[in-house]
Design a binder for this molecule. Structure first.
Ligand code: ZN
Length: 151
């Protein structure tokens, strides 16, 4: 599936897939959310330790395909130290990007997922962690599933 992605992007995704960052539970978490993508079998759980409106620490556990793991790993790297509003804004940018393939604004390393738009089934893998983090920030206790909404 990587034929159309350039080598650098492929390397970043493979690196985060093989060595996911912040891949552990977070005992001091103040909120968490689970995500499930039944189409692919991706399952993950995100843990957030909030301090006011800021994400002091964030981690995840779970299993799934390379795209879903790399996406969660890069999400945790991005979100650590950010505010709720910053993460919500980036969710919109990433969502647009994986749907259209167009990179708008500065998304940093998250640009590696722009190529995913060519593989509609993989879009759900790439966006799963983002739906989970949004659910955690909203305080939704119900696990999110990519089947429950249009993404
Ligand atoms: Zn997947």
């Amino acid at each position: 599936m990587f034929d159309d992605l350039n080598d650098l992007y492929q390397q970043v995704i493979l690196d985060h897939c093989k060595k996911p960052r912040n891949f552990h539970e977070l005992p001091q978490a103040t909120c968490s959310a689970q995500g499930h993508n039944p189409l692919c079998g991706d399952q993950l759980k995100l843990f957030l330790a909030m301090e006011g409106d800021a994400i002091r620490d964030i981690s995840f556990v779970g299993s799934g395909c390379c795209i879903s793991k790399a996406s969660a790993s890069l999400l945790t790297e991005f979100a650590k130290g950010k505010t709720k509003a910053e993460v919500e804004a980036m969710f919109e940018q990433v969502h647009q990007m994986v749907m259209s393939g167009q990179v708008n604004g500065d998304v940093g390393k998250l640009a590696v997922f722009a190529g995913v738009h060519k593989y509609p089934a993989r879009v759900k893998c790439a966006i799963l962690a983002w739906h989970a983090v949004m659910a955690a920030l909203k305080g939704d206790a119900k696990p999110v599933t990519t089947e429950s909404e249009e993404i």
